[in-house]
Ligand binder design. Structure first.
Ligand SMILES: [Zn+2]
Length: 175
């Protein structure tokens, strides 16, 4: 079964309470340059297993900060300073993909502070309304579209980068 692994602590609460029903993934391979688009990794109807930090050596993680724990009973982990309300398992749950969209993130000019997010569509590039942005951020598990944009700027589109980057949006329903 295909795996979808998460590691962003920003979205951990929504992953755990199952309100996260979407993820946004780069449409390029991390081994190639960002202009070379690849096909979506998941398609509608696929069953996918959601995991937390799939590649980590740990099997259990602090449910608050997502750092690995040595066993499933620790209340205070050695590895983080949270007094945890519990630990989570690396394997979360299986979901069914219901929708695959393509979006773009970019800056018009180097000086532009914040990136723009649009639907893909060649020259026309249909813009997202504020409402669309809030919805997409919420589905993804972020508190707001501002938080979501900050995350993508930090991880994918550094200051001064004016290239257009494509992403796939995968949405699912819980099984
Ligand atoms: Zn912790």
């Amino acid at each position: 079964m295909k795996i979808m692994s998460f590691s962003a602590v920003e979205i951990l609460p929504a992953l755990l309470d199952k309100s996260k029903t979407q993820t946004i993934r780069p449409a390029w391979s991390r081994f190639t340059n960002t202009d070379k688009q690849r096909k979506p990794y998941h398609k509608v109807g696929d069953e996918v297993r959601l995991m937390w930090k799939q590649r980590s050596k740990y099997r259990y993680f602090c449910s608050k900060c997502g750092i690995g724990c040595d066993n499933d009973t620790q209340q205070v982990t050695k590895n983080c300073e949270c007094i945890t309300i519990g630990v989570i398992d690396k394997t979360q749950r299986n979901v069914i993909i219901t929708e695959v969209l393509e979006i773009e993130m970019f800056r018009f000019e180097e000086e532009q502070e914040t990136i723009c997010v649009t639907y893909s569509g060649g020259e026309e590039r249909p813009t997202m309304t504020d409402k669309d942005m809030e919805e997409i951020a919420k589905r993804d598990g972020f508190n707001s579209s501002i938080d979501m944009i900050k995350y993508f700027e930090k991880n994918y589109i550094s200051k001064g980068d004016t290239s257009t980057k494509k992403f796939y949006v995968y949405r699912w329903r819980n099984k």
